[in-house]
Design a protein. Structure first.
Length: 283
């Protein structure tokens, strides 16, 4: 039950019916006994700016932002954190006490927290990494890895030009040792990796499996997949069969939600098995 004093937040996207964020945040609201609600906000691109600027007037504490609005949101907020500026987009908006809009990118935070949960012994500062993909999710993961001190990052993407563009953006905003590998030589680039991350949709339900042979991947390397439907993708199943430590994509989804919930509802939430089970029941 909620009252007239309920705190409000939501997730803005188009379309939005597929989002698991309402299920996730409302689980936390119930757990902590908070008078509040988290709502799906189906907003077309044409109406997005007007809707976001109306959040303070409607009494919203803020919202998450998902496709296709992440870049547009950055141009609307009054202030953005460094991660959002480097990303060129954001996924979290907080309405400040004076009614201004603050923007944040928490995708990188979610990635690092999920990786720490799933592979607690991995030292990123001593782990050359290979990243598959060059889209928005890949950029967030790349920024997070470089910020965490990954000594060398190799980007592999079927369309090499997109990988080159991402590498150039990273070099301009962060620096670090970033290179692009040829897709037809992708297997050979795994030989020196201690971390392999897939940020493509390959392996997602309804999509073909990622075309990548792991024979050259060192035995102690960690394999993470940002896909979480299914939880055990073909890539992770292959890696697990070879004895690699694996990290599924659900943790990234759950952890990226934590900073926004804390800002909107004043309670630090935790990611645990009960939450995982609750979200998994709807996947």
């Amino acid at each position: 039950m909620i009252t007239g004093s309920a705190k409000l937040a939501g997730v803005a996207g188009w379309p939005i019916a597929h989002s698991r964020s309402p299920r996730l945040h409302n689980f936390w609201l119930q757990r902590h006994g908070i008078d509040g609600a988290y709502l799906p906000l189906a907003i077309t691109p044409d109406n997005f700016e007007a809707a976001i600027r109306a959040l303070p007037k409607l009494g919203f504490a803020g919202c998450n932002v998902t496709l296709p609005h992440k870049e547009a949101a950055l141009a609307i907020v009054d202030r953005a954190d460094p991660a959002a500026q480097r990303m060129g987009g954001l996924n979290t908006i907080v309405v400040a006490e004076d009614g201004s809009l603050e923007g944040f990118s928490t995708d990188g935070f979610g990635f690092l927290q999920a990786l720490a949960d799933g592979a607690p012994g991995l030292d990123l500062a001593a782990s050359p990494a290979v990243l598959i993909g060059a889209g928005g999710s890949a950029k967030a993961v790349a920024v997070a890895m470089l910020d965490a001190g990954v000594p060398r990052l190799t980007i592999l993407n079927r369309t090499e030009a997109r990988a080159e563009k991402l590498a150039e953006q990273l070099a301009e905003t962060i620096g670090g040792a970033v290179s692009v590998g040829r897709w037809d030589e992708r297997a050979a680039h795994l030989a020196s990796a201690k971390l392999l991350v897939n940020c493509t949709t390959q392996g997602m339900q309804g999509q073909p499996a990622l075309d990548l042979v792991l024979d050259d991947l060192p035995a102690g390397a960690v394999v993470m997949d940002a896909v979480y439907t299914p939880l055990l993708t073909p890539l992770l199943a292959d890696a697990q069969a070879r004895g690699h430590q694996i990290v599924d994509g659900l943790g990234m989804l759950l952890h990226q939600a934590r900073p926004g919930f804390a800002a909107w509802f004043g309670q630090e939430p935790v990611v645990d098995q009960a939450l995982r089970d609750h979200v998994l029941a709807d996947l």
